[in-house]
Write a protein that binds this ligand. Sequence first.
Ligand code: BGC
Length: 331
Amino acid sequence: MKRFLYGGCILLLSVSAYLSVYFSIKMLSIDAESKPLPLKKYDYHFVLVPEELDNDYWRLVEKGAKDAAKEHHVLLEYVGPAQADLKEQIKTLEKSAASRVDGLLTQALNEKQFTPLINKIDLKGIPVITIDTDAPKSNRIAYIGTNNYYSGFIAGLALAKDLKGKANVAIITGRFEASHQQLRVQGFKDAVKNYKGIKVITIEESNISRVQAAEKTYTILKEHPEVNAFFGTSALDGIGIAKVIQQFHRENSTYIISFDILPETIAYLKEGVIEATVVQEPYEMGYQAIKMMIAHLEGKSIASSVYTETKVIYRKDLPLVPERNYEVKRQ
Ligand code: BGC
């Protein structure tokens, strides 16, 4: 028995010695094969903080920003809450400011919290550009994004025209507290207020989640059977609304106007479940924002407010050109 144990130990020792020699030779040969890494040189370090990292709309903003960053030797970090979480977004901004980056780009979700925060960051000497949602009274150096009031207004005009001035409307909005959502709703209401046949019956919040948008749609259909038109004011709302409308076979009697143009929106537009959608230019927002920040850091003067294009489109307008503003590709 003793001899057997002794033999086993010797065998184990020789196997492990063989393996360590084998792997160290292998690692050496990998090192020898790989070329020396070039030292990456960046001119600037920027951070982009959205309200939700893994949102297809924000992935398009990120793509535009990363493309511009690559062209201009900028190190760009895309960080923030995985799922919409205002506190975490604010914390991420504070942390980025503390690490003394060269510039911050963020969506200023609501003026009350973001105006003092941006002003604090500005006092540290870090310039801030707001993207998609503005805090116009803050010391941000510029805003780039949709004119959110106008985008809601044209949604209202389109609905009124398509339904010949007669509809009972339910609105599902991303977040009650977000200023761009409030502006879109206000624009919509102002556009339809001159049509006596159009009533806004109810407004619900989705927390920018397609599942919650679907749940709210279901509840609205139960509680307000007179509703025959929906307006979804953020990228995933229309998708959630369309899912329920299709499930209950109401697509022929219900009109949907959504926001943005993600792959699922395109599918519903093609099927005729969503009639119209308000498009924005998320890629352009990201791309231009980086260029604006660089121009500012180089001492050039930049416009304090840049509105990217927004318009209402229908199935007949597909495919949209250029595609980079709606073609979602994971990086
Ligand atoms: C808005 C973004 C928002 C997204 C949510 C878009 O319409 O512009 O601010 O984060 O919808 O899915």
